[in-house]
Design a protein around this ligand. Structure first.
Ligand code: S3P
Length: 442
């Protein structure tokens, strides 16, 4: 499919104010479809992210015979087929830009009686898949990759899986969730131990659907094969990763006072709040409550003078998707910000370290890329032209940088904002950012 070329032009200055609700959590949206499809009964989902990544997961399960109604205004009805009710898809499953779809599906498909192939767009086709194929092979799966360990992935069905105790070299919820999903089909227990904390939405949703999950130690989680999932009602909160752009925007733009409504504040995702607060941000959680097994709150953020910090490495996995936005905060802070221990940023939708450093430098910011992080010295942000390299988070982060820039920021190649944040520009405009979108057909 040929996509339009989307360019953002963000005008300098302004502030963010009012009350807004950003779209639903991407991680939870994927899991609601996957686990809803594997459950017995009908799961009613609300707050679903109608972005391309989560829609790719819906399409994958429809291709495997699951009836899914919606999404209509964030409502989706998933008619579960049970753990053994999926049908062989007619052809390859296209995961688009979505690493979460591909890595989680890989685990699930390893347990099916049929063969399957997972493909992705040019960005996903460059991302490392040995991290899931390796441990799945240890469990007895047969997974084929390219010689560069990248997609497409072909998974041979009908292979009996054996539970393993896997020590992951990276803190990755995608790897962990992949193995837990394979573990639902394995003989015995499958345990994953990680070097740090990664998001735990899979574990929470399995528990909410009545599947036993054990946590025998810090950063270890186990499931035993052979259980059943019961359909559930799933209320998906707004995505803190999408809120992050506004948290940074309101922090750096003088006079801002913004409330972000009903945001998920799962403690495995709140590194952005901790890091911004270390930098001196003025953030208050209001009306804290639970929704669908996940903690949520309204978040009030007001402009503040930020200062540079050394980002504690233990916070890195808890803020992994928020560093593009945090780099913009660092560019507006007084003094130096140093991030290390974040080599994972190089294997996301783009190499976030290289691409953000190039963009910040193009805007006159003193940014030095490091093998596993970045050193940024705060100062003036000039206007200019930057390239998102088709990465949604880069595009939205530079849009927010305009709030403190001396001139217009033109951001090229923004079509992929639709993967995680449909309606971003309109919502940002409503909050006070002057942003224009130009779409050209290729
Ligand atoms: C995700 C996990 C993270 C994150 C991604 C979504 C998930 O990836 O970057 O956007 O939903 O499990 P890793 O597990 O590779 O760190």
């Amino acid at each position: 499919m040929q996509r339009p070329m989307v360019t953002y032009r963000a005008q300098p200055g302004g502030s963010l104010a009012g009350r807004i609700r950003v779209p639903g959590d991407k991680s939870i949206s994927h899991r609601a479809i996957m686990l809803g499809a594997l459950a017995e009964g009908v799961s009613e989902v609300s707050g679903f992210l109608e972005g391309e990544d989560a829609l790719a997961t819906i399409a994958a399960f429809r291709a495997m015979g699951v009836r899914i109604d919606g999404p209509v205004q964030g409502r989706v009805t998933v008619h579960g087929v049970g753990l053994h009710g999926l049908k062989a898809p007619d052809g390859p499953i296209d995961c688009g830009n979505s690493g979460t779809s591909m890595r989680l599906l890989a685990g699930l498909l390893a347990g099916q009686p049929f063969d399957s192939t997972l493909t992705g767009d040019s960005s996903l086709s460059r991302r490392p898949m040995r991290r899931v194929a390796g441990p799945l092979t240890e469990m007895g799966a047969l997974v084929e990759l390219t010689d560069a360990d990248t997609p497409p992935l072909t998974i041979r069905g009908g292979r009996p899986l054996q539970g393993i105790a896997y020590r992951s070299p990276v803190a990755s919820a995608q790897v962990k969730s992949c193995l837990l999903l394979a573990g639902l089909y394995a003989r015995g227990r499958t345990c994953v131990t990680e070097p740090g904390i990664s998001r735990d939405h899979t574990e929470r949703m399995l528990t909410a659907m009545g599947y036993p999950v054990e946590r025998p130690g810090d950063n270890t989680v186990c499931v035993a094969g052979g259980g059943r999932l019961q359909a559930a009602r799933i209320d998906i909160p707004a995505d803190i990763s999408s809120a992050a752009f506004f948290l940074v925007g309101a922090s750096i733009a003088e006079g801002s006072d913004l409330v972000l409504e009903h945001v998920g504040i799962n403690p495995t995702r709140t590194g952005i709040l901790d890091i911004l607060r270390l930098m001196g941000a003025d953030i208050t959680l209001l009306n804290e409550r639970e929704a669908g097994g996940e903690p949520v709150a309204d978040i009030r953020v007001r402009a503040a003078r930020l200062r540079g910090v050394r980002i504690p490495e233990e916070l890195v996995p808890l803020a992994i998707d928020e560093f593009p936005a945090l780099f913009v905060a660092a560019a507006c802070a007084e003094g130096e910000t140093l991030l290390t221990g974040a080599a994972e940023l190089r294997v996301k939708e783009s190499d976030l370290i290289a691409v953000m450093a190039d963009g910040l430098r193009a805007l006159g910011v003193d940014a030095e890329p490091l093998p596993d992080g970045m050193r940024i010295r705060g100062g003036a942000i000039r206007g200019g032209r930057v390239h998102s390299h088709t990465d949604h988070r880069i595009a939205m982060s530079f849009a927010m940088a305009a709030l403190r820039a001396e001139g217009e920021i033109v951001i090229e190649d923004c079509a992929n904002v639709a993967t995680s944040f449909p309606g971003f520009a309109a919502l940002a405009r409503r909050a006070g950012l002057e942003i224009h979108v130009r779409e050209e057909q290729p």
